[in-house]
Design a protein around this ligand. Structure first.
Ligand code: GDP
Length: 193
């Protein structure tokens, strides 16, 4: 897809702030620092539209990016920060549930993982959480450039096995550094839009 227009429309903290123009939405989830912003920026050819790393203590928001006036990428707050308090974790959970459970314009969720490492317990929980809401999930296994070609297949297999990927869901290797996987990601996304 050729992206000609990309803009942040709102950083929402509650439902009443979500856009109401009924455009389809693709959400992005992932551990803090996994490479979520780099993924978005690479896909839409922007250096810095999606801001990197929401650190603990910062307001956690759902960021709605309108793309080509046709759909939204919805960047949900990163998870898995050890330092986050129980109260903050609960707030995050409530916000996620409010969005994921009832948003009927939400078409699919991209779960970003780090292909170098085995998915963490938080990644597994996130995948289960998304499947609980019966959402289609596409796992984007990023930082592909960091893995030698001879080892890539094994890393992919480990990701699929550890997350217990359901047969309808896809795992796509990706690199924000080289752009590998970008066309494939757009291809899959377009099938949901
Ligand atoms: P976020 O917190 O999930 O939004 O993570 P960022 O997009 O800020 O990325 C975290 C760090 O990983 C940054 O230093 C990025 O440059 C780096 N990074 C992200 N994607 C890739 C990738 O595909 N390859 C490599 N080598 N580094 C990456």
């Amino acid at each position: 897809m050729k992206v000609t227009n990309a803009e942040i429309v709102i950083s929402a903290v509650s439902k009443k702030q979500y856009p109401n123009d009924r455009l389809p939405e693709i959400a992005l989830a992932g551990r803090s620092n996994v490479g979520k912003s780099s993924f978005i920026n690479k896909l839409i050819n922007r250096k810095n539209l999606a801001r990197t790393s929401s650190k603990p203590g910062k307001t956690q928001t759902l960021n709605f990016y309108k793309i080509n006036n046709a759909f939204y990428f919805v960047d949900v707050p990163g998870y898995g920060y050890a330092k986050v308090s129980k109260k903050e974790r609960e707030k995050w959970g409530g916000m996620m549930e409010e969005y994921l459970q009832y948003r009927d314009t939400l078409k699919a969720v991209l779960l970003i993982t780090d292909l170098r490492h085995e998915p963490t317990r938080d990644d597994v929980q996130m995948y289960e959480f998304l499947k609980y809401f019966e959402l289609p999930v596409i796992v984007i296994a990023t930082k592909l450039d960091k893995i030698p070609k001879s080892k890539r297949a094994n890393h992919l297999k480990r990701t699929i096995q550890t997350l217990h990927i359901e047969s309808n869901d896809l795992v796509l290797p990706f690199s924000a550094e080289t752009g590998e996987g970008k066309e494939e990601a757009w291809g899959v996304l377009q099938s949901f839009l």
